[in-house]
Design a protein around this ligand. Structure first.
Ligand code: Z16
Length: 841
């Protein structure tokens, strides 16, 4: 029931309406109030945790006031909304972001200082919101920031995992996983105990004909789980627009526990039911680019999709519009195939619950959805076994069969008699057991399908979705190259660089229109500017060096070349190529005379990233990196010339320290495997150069910044397949330098070589699927070019300035505008500035 205050009483409400603070005094007042009332503490027992809590609550109150206004404004304007469905939102910390986006960080800094705290210490109290694995989840977070900053009426829908991505500890060189229980204190969410949706599982379908002879299907029985909404405000940068991220949490339908069972003495099983329901939103699956086909994962997907669609449909129904207007009011973007069930669920709601005809409903469905593909790796493409589906979601399986039947009939009309085509494109794979191919379902049920970088979008059209291009025509497929938000990845992570850029480009405007960075080109040879630029890079390296010292105990020289590879550990991303290259460098140094050593640029090789807990090869790579570090870092022959660091527990807040400190970063996936990559963009935007393959967004980065400013190497995507063939036929001879590296490993130089047998064996004996040996020579040569180029600091700095100046294209604002125009057909809802927005400049 909507309870609106009657007109005569509204004056009182307006008079006492919450007013977001703007001044330092008002901020301090809010902090003290929260310490003394919300937290029940005082100035005599206010530690940094309490100060963090109070400062966050002060900002949260402020955000929620703007959130309310934004939602009212959007509801009143009644324009089209975007719903971004993502099983992952890798948000990181919220306080720093909130302070910067509302333009009150300096106010907060001074206020906190007057209250006895340093703002950095307070910011560091916050636990990352780590509800994602890697690129896909962080992309969703950048998109939320851009949608709010550009004033798009847009919501994110996801799951409120109790445990985010695990915390990584390194024990004796091995990865150990520790659960990430992050909800202990989370001031950024608002539980909406009034927004609860029943979600059904299992049961059966009863079909009958009604009085007028219409076929009716009723899904009945089974069990109900309750979804409760938790809202997280998403503030735009320099705008009052504050959008919503709604996360669902699962609970048993009977509340605390089943009282009937309880009263009949079955206490344990009533608690067990409760626990089983809560399991659904308990934990994020820790796999990046891998589908394991687990039932609980399918349950998560349906739980989240059903609650979100119920919510969206409920909101639409309040407008009393005709169903045919649904796609004019609502765009739903599917972040990968994870939410593909939404297509089936909307069709089910329209035909089973709302009584629409199949065709009418299907037109609405396909006009509503867009699908983003993020990978071509076969092991990552989702498939669900039909028996599992049949048991969990019997009615949905029927609808999928119907969708498939109508689809295959249309294919048959277009390609009469092409049985192979029908088998290839069928949503149901005729295997044992049969499988539902989710990507095919997503394509058939959406009006647009996009890849995330040009090469990737071309690849999906020519490989995995080739037949669908023939069936639907090429216009259904498009590209939206990924981007990153410059607010977090420049302004927040690298405040000094942001300040320098602002001072030369006329303020912070570049953060809203990143192409303004172009103006930096004229400083590429400016002596004074270059000096400041280099000083900032050095300071960022000093900061990272301190962090390395405090976390690993290893001393690194901030004047050395910092070579960084941080991302999920995966064979296709080829951290093994990097560490083999490091071992090669170690061998080279050992063989050098002291004179030769003097001429070599000192280097720090920095790694970071998590391996999926069940991914043994990835864990072996981590183990090797750590063992190499243990040997190299204490070898007196090597000294400063080479240090090897593995940073534990890489996450968003650590990325904010690491990214600004690179001289070069590595993006060295086997060509054709990394759909886009986004950390490549972050590093270049922060004045680092790239060593990379012709893969994903590296190609477009090269086009934008110029090929003189990037170190590209390795085989091209178009040649990968043939190369793999040559490995399998005839003898596969390894690169001689790689053989020396393997010989050293096998001599137990880095501990018992048995531990690394699977890794070296995958290359020597098992076909070298990721072409490590094929690319090794080219990689080593390019690293030598990096060494040489780094010696000429003047040229190096110019390259980094020119690169930053040309990175405008990679703002996630550009992505969102492309999605809005090409896929969603939505307009921003402009809002006048003023009313309560904190303004510092
Ligand atoms: C993921 O992070 C990505 C793809 C995928 O299928 C699953 C997950 Cl969890 C990544 C891609 O690997 C990366 O290239 C891309 O930049 C990112 O998604 C965002 O599109």
């Amino acid at each position: 029931v909507e309870a609106s205050i009657p007109e005569p009483q509204r004056d009182a409400w307006k008079k006492f309406q919450a007013k977001p603070f703007v001044s330092k005094d008002d901020f301090e007042k809010e902090v003290v109030r929260h310490v003394e009332t919300t937290l029940a503490r005082s100035m005599f027992n206010c530690d940094e945790t309490a100060a963090y809590a109070a400062a966050s609550l002060a900002f949260r109150d402020r955000l929620i006031t703007e959130w309310n206004r934004t939602q009212q404004r959007q509801t009143f304007a009644d324009t089209k909304r975007v719903y971004y469905l993502s099983l992952e939102f890798l948000m990181g910390r919220a306080l720093d972001n909130a302070m910067l986006n509302v333009g009150l960080k300096n106010v907060a800094k001074e206020g906190l200082s007057e209250l006895g705290f340093r703002i950095e210490d307070i910011i560091n109290q916050e636990h990352d919101a780590a509800l994602g694995n890697g690129g896909l989840g962080r992309l969703a977070a950048c998109f939320l920031d851009s949608m709010a900053s550009l004033n798009f009426p847009a919501w994110g829908y996801g799951l409120r995992y109790k445990y985010g991505i695990f915390k990584q500890e390194i024990v004796d060189g091995y990865q150990v996983e520790v659960p990430d229980y992050w909800l202990d204190f989370n001031p950024w969410e608002f539980p909406r105990h009034d927004i609860v949706v029943d979600v059904q599982f299992y049961g059966g379908v009863r079909k009958y004909q009604d009085e007028v002879g219409k076929n009716v299907a009723v899904w009945e029985g089974g069990e109900i789980v309750k979804a409760t909404a938790y809202d997280v405000p998403i503030p735009g940068f320099d705008t009052p627009t504050t959008n919503n991220m709604r996360l669902w949490s699962s609970k048993a339908a009977s509340g605390e526990f089943d009282f009937q069972k309880f009263n009949s003495g079955d206490y344990e099983s009533s608690v067990a039911d409760q626990q089983r329901a809560e399991t659904i939103s308990a934990v994020l699956y820790p796999n990046d680019n891998l589908d394991r086909g687990k039932e609980l994962r399918l349950k998560q997907q349906y739980f989240w999709v059903a609650a979100s669609l119920y919510d969206i449909v409920r909101r639409f129904k309040k407008s009393k519009r005709a169903w045919s207007e649904f796609p004019d009011q609502i765009a739903i973007q599917l972040n990968d195939t994870h939410p593909t069930l939404a297509i089936v669920e909307l069709q089910r709601i329209l035909i089973d619950m709302e009584g629409l005809d199949w065709d009418e409903a299907w037109t609405i469905v396909t006009n509503t959805f867009g699908y983003t593909n993020h990978t071509v790796l076969p092991e990552a493409l989702e498939k669900w076994s039909v028996p599992l589906f049949q048991n969990l979601l019997p009615r949905h399986l029927q609808i999928i069969y119907d969708i498939n039947m109508f689809f295959l009939q249309s294919v048959e009309r277009k390609f009469p008699g092409d049985r192979d085509m029908l088998a290839r494109v069928s949503i149901i794979e005729e295997s044992q057991p049969k499988m539902v191919r989710m990507a095919f379902l997503a394509i058939v049920g959406s009006h647009k399908v996009n890849g995330v970088a040009e090469l990737h979008s071309d690849l999906i059209k020519t490989t995995i979705f080739k037949d669908f291009v023939k069936i639907f025509g090429p216009d259904k497929f498009t590209n939206v190259t990924n981007g990153i938000t410059p607010r977090r990845w420049l302004h927040q992570a690298n405040p000094r660089l942001s300040e320098l850029i602002a001072s030369k480009t006329g303020g912070l405007g570049f953060l809203k229109d990143l192409n303004v960075l172009n103006e930096l080109e004229k400083f590429a040879d400016d002596k004074a500017f270059k000096k400041e630029w280099a000083e900032i890079k050095y300071a960022n390296k000093v900061r990272l060096a301190k962090y390395i010292k405090s976390t690993t105990g290893v001393t690194v020289n901030p004047a050395a070349l910092f070579d960084i590879q941080v991302k999920r550990i995966h064979e296709y991303k080829r951290q093994q190529l990097n560490i083999f290259g490091v071992i090669h460098r170690y061998l080279t140094i050992k063989a050098m005379t002291p004179e030769q050593r003097k001429k070599l640029a000192p280097r720090v090789s920095i790694f970071g990233g998590k391996a999926a807990p069940g991914y043994w090869m990835a864990k072996t790579i981590i183990h090797l990196i750590n063992n190499v570090g243990a040997v190299v870092n204490k070898d007196p022959d090597v000294g400063d010339l080479l240090k090897v660091i593995f940073l534990e527990d890489y996450n968003v807040s650590k990325a904010e320290i690491i990214t600004p400190a690179s001289d070069v970063s590595e993006h060295i996936s086997t060509a054709g495997t990394e759909a886009s990559g986004t950390s490549n963009m972050k590093f270049v935007l922060n004045g680092g150069l790239i060593i990379g393959t012709c893969d994903g967004a590296n190609i477009e980065i090269t086009r934008e910044i110029g090929e003189n400013n990037i170190f590209l190497f390795g085989n091209l995507a178009e040649d990968v397949e043939d190369l793999r063939h040559t490995h399998n036929y005839g003898s596969h001879t390894l690169d001689p330098d790689l053989v020396k590296v393997f010989d050293l490993i096998k001599s137990n130089a880095f501990g018992d070589a048995g531990a690394f047998g699977a890794l070296t064996g995958s290359i020597e004996d098992h076909g070298d699927y990721y072409l490590v040996s094929d690319d090794f020579h080219s990689y080593i040569q390019t690293q030598t070019l990096v060494d040489e180029a780094y010696k000429n600091q003047e040229e190096w700095i110019t390259k980094t300035i020119l690169s930053v100046a040309r990175m405008g294209f990679f703002s996630s604002d550009r992505c969102i505008n492309e999605y809005a125009e090409m896929i969603w057909n939505v307009e921003p809802l402009p809002v006048e500035k003023g009313s309560g927005l904190g303004k510092e400049e």
